[in-house]
Ligand binder design. Structure first.
Ligand SMILES: Cc1ncc(COP(=O)(O)O)c(C=O)c1O
Length: 421
């Protein structure tokens, strides 16, 4: 099934015309295909059906409750990195026994929440975290299961800002020091060290960084096991890239072969934390052209969506394909244009120097592959509202997050007496 396609020149998501949603709710808005999310999850879980595994959808990629619920209905677990995400995962119907909590700086309150909720595993990233966990667990009279996030010191080969497994990155415990942590842990009576975890980066387009990290992790695993440390879980993180615009895309079957080669023979639960791969290509951002402004060398197509709605192009120089919602009528000449938002920042650009046909003021466009790290990174910058999110299933659509208007934001603000007139 094609989830996004033109039918008689009109862009549809599943069985619903984008123009129909736009005319009912206005623009801009995010729109997700529920069936595509389900299909991506099934592809991932099918690839690991023969090994003992838990697939923990990485909630940070898209934390809308309807997205989480769609996945938990299929049996997915969740990878969370804050108390807020933990709350969302639980509200989204994820079993606590399928939740892992990652993150380099969990607060005591967040650790308390994780311990109280009896989650599958807390991935600790420092000795100080283990020590705090030990104290908190005693208070709750519980023995939480803990994994150690290992920094394997490998280059992910993706963007600098989403590479997380090099020794200069803040994440994890240097692989050479993990043995000492297991020894030190003997002093912590209230936690049970059960596993090792890695996550080397996001949007990986080659297997080789994974292989490098897996080699190091396996070495560590055999050493720890030979020293009689019992390892029950191996958490391999997320990171599989998606196709943004003819990018090289890793085949899940190849990734699964690699995982099986390194870890298939261990009697362990293999945990995966895919985010982008599950939701990235299942969502688009719909915007309207406010104006087309001629410049000296090129035109500027100004949209009503901006960097506060989709930050990736400004933050990472990420490239998202942009297509018109209506693709019929006589073809006008291609014009060289920058597609920009209305925010007062030169960096508020969605695409530089692209050629568009058939684009006029008032037209709608779709910014593709915006299902991951889109809505979750949005902000109120320039006092712009948070835009609506819509989910489509077959011929139906529902608003799954209402637009958050500025008046509700203003309700959270108050003025001290000394500046009131
Ligand atoms: C610990 C951890 N796990 C999983 C993920 C999800 O990564 P991706 O969306 O690339 O699969 C991330 C993303 O940064 C992460 O930090």
């Amino acid at each position: 099934m094609k989830y996004f396609q033109y039918i008689n020149g009109e862009l549809f998501i599943e069985g619903v015309a984008i123009s129909k949603i736009a005319s009912e709710i206005g623009t801009p808005f995010y729109c997700y295909s529920s069936t595509k999310i389900e299909s991506e999850y099934k592809d991932f879980s099918d690839a690991f059906s023969k090994i003992n595994s838990t697939i923990c959808y990485s909630v940070k990629a898209n934390s809308n409750l309807s997205v989480i619920r769609t996945l938990s209905n299929l049996g997915a677990g969740a990878d969370v990195v804050s108390g807020g995400e933990l709350l969302r995962a639980l509200k989204g119907g994820v079993s606590p026994q399928k939740i892992v909590f990652s993150g380099v700086g969990k607060t005591d309150q967040e650790l308390e929440m994780a311990i109280e909720s009896d989650i599958l595993q807390i991935n600790a990233e420092s000795l100080s975290e283990l020590s705090r966990l030990n104290i908190i667990a005693e208070k709750y009279n519980k023995i939480p299961k803990v994994g150690i996030r290992v920094n394997p010191d490998v280059e992910a080969g993706s963007h600098d800002k989403i590479s997380t497994g090099r020794k200069e990155d803040k994440f994890g415990i240097d692989w050479e020091n993990v043995g000492e942590i297991f020894v030190a842990n003997k002093n912590f009576k209230n936690i049970k060290l059960v596993g090792l975890a890695i996550h080397i980066g996001s949007q990986l387009q080659s297997l080789s960084p994974f292989e490098e990290a897996f080699k190091r992790l396996e070495e560590l695993l055999t050493t720890l096991m030979s020293e009689n440390h019992k390892i029950e879980t191996i958490d391999l993180g997320g990171g599989l890239g998606i196709d943004y615009s003819q990018d090289l895309v890793l085949k899940i079957s190849e990734y699964s072969k690699l995982v099986t080669k390194y870890f298939g023979n261990y009697d362990c639960n293999i945990i995966f934390e895919p985010g982008r791969r599950i939701v990235g290509n299942a969502g688009i951002l719909i915007a309207q052209v406010i104006c087309i402004k001629p410049g000296i060398e090129k035109q500027f197509v100004v949209l009503d969506a901006a960097m506060n709605d989709l930050l990736r192009p400004s933050l990472y120089g990420a490239i998202h394909e942009i297509i018109p919602i209506t693709n019929n009528g006589p073809k006008s000449p291609k014009v060289l244009a920058d597609i920009v938002g209305p925010i007062c920042e030169t960096g508020d650009i969605f695409a530089t120097g692209i050629k568009l046909t058939n684009i006029s003021e008032g037209d709608l466009v779709a910014i593709n592959s915006a299902g991951a790290y889109g809505a979750v990174m949005s902000s109120f910058y320039n006092s712009r509202p948070l835009i609506a999110e819509v989910m489509v299933k077959d011929n139906n659509f529902e608003i799954i997050r209402k637009k958050l208007d500025i008046s509700s934001l203003l309700n959270y603000e108050s003025m001290p007496n000394w500046i009131k007139t």
